[in-house]
Ligand binder design. Structure first.
Ligand SMILES: CC(C)(COP(=O)(O)OP(=O)(O)OC[C@H]1O[C@@H](n2cnc3c(N)ncnc32)[C@H](O)[C@@H]1OP(=O)(O)O)[C@@H](O)C(=O)NCCC(=O)NCCS
Length: 177
C-alpha cells in the first residue's frame, strides 16, 4: 500500500516516518509524562535504537498489501514531533487508534485535528466501519481529544492493559461509520 501524506494545514502534516526521523522521535518521545499514558510497547526511557526499530517495523508494514499497522509521523514545520496510528487493522472493518505528541505542543488542538484527519482517512480510504481507542482513566486530555473528534464512550474495559505487571482499567471509546 502506498501510504499517502495527509495535509492538515501549511505547517501540520501527517506523513510516513523515515529512517532519519529517529532522533526527532527520541527528542519528543523520551518523556515520562508521555510514557505513563501509553502501553509497555512504548518504552521509557525511549532511545534511538527503540525509535529505529519502530520506524523499521512500520516501514515493513507499509510495504505490505494489507498492513496490520499504519503509522504517521506528526510533522510540524518540517519536524516530526509525535505519532498517530491505526493498529490491529482488520480490512474493511476496524482498527485501534493510538497517538502521542511532544509536550511542547500540547493544548493547541493539534491532536484533535490529527485524530479527525486519520479517522476520515480510515473511513474513506480503508473503508473501516469502526475505530476504537483505549484511554487510561486519569488521561483527561486524551479523553477530551476523543470527545472533540466524534468518538463515543462505550464503557470501561477492566484490566484491559498490562503495564509494568499491573492490569489497568481503561475507557473504551469508538467512532463508527
Ligand atoms: C493526549 C494528547 C495527545 C493531547 O494532545 P493535544 O494536542 O494537547 O490535544 P488537544 O489540544 O487537541 O486537546 C486537548 C484537550 O484536553 C484538555 N485537557 C488537557 N489536559 C487536561 C486535564 N488535565 N484535565 C482536563 N482537560 C485537559 C485540553 O484543555 C483540551 O480540551 P479543550 O480544547 O476543550 O480545552 C497529549 O497530551 C499527549 O501526547 N499525551 C501523552 C500521550 C497520550 O496520552 N496519548 C494518548 C493515549 S490514549
Amino acid at each position: 500500500m502506498k501510504q499517502p501524506s495527509l495535509k492538515i494545514n501549511k505547517q501540520l502534516v501527517l506523513r510516513q516516518l523515515e529512517k532519519s526521523d529517529a532522533e526527532s522521535l527520541v527528542k519528543y518521545g523520551n518523556n515520562k509524562k508521555i510514557a505513563v499514558f501509553l502501553s509497555d510497547s512504548f518504552p521509557h526511557p525511549y532511545k534511538v535504537p527503540d525509535a529505529r526499530k519502530f520506524i523499521r517495523n512500520m516501514l515493513n508494514e507499509a510495504r505490505k498489501k494489507k498492513p496490520r499497522d499504519i503509522v504517521f509521523g506528526i510533522e510540524i514545520s518540517g519536524e516530526i514531533v509525535g505519532c498517530i496510528g491505526l493498529h490491529k487493522i482488520k480490512n474493511n472493518h476496524k482498527a485501534e487508534l493510538g497517538y502521542w505528541l511532544g509536550e511542547k505542543f500540547w493544548g493547541s488542538g493539534i491532536m484533535t485535528k490529527a485524530v479527525k484527519k486519520i479517522s476520515a482517512f480510515a473511513f474513506s480510504k480503508l473503508q473501516l466501519k469502526r475505530i476504537v481507542a483505549y484511554v487510561f482513566l486519569n488521561n483527561k486530555g486524551s479523553k477530551r481529544v476523543l470527545e472533540k473528534s466524534g468518538f463515543e464512550l462505550e464503557g470501561m474495559a477492566k484490566k484491559h492493559i498490562k503495564k509494568r505487571n499491573r492490569f489497568l482499567d481503561v475507557y473504551q471509546f469508538a467512532r463508527t461509520k
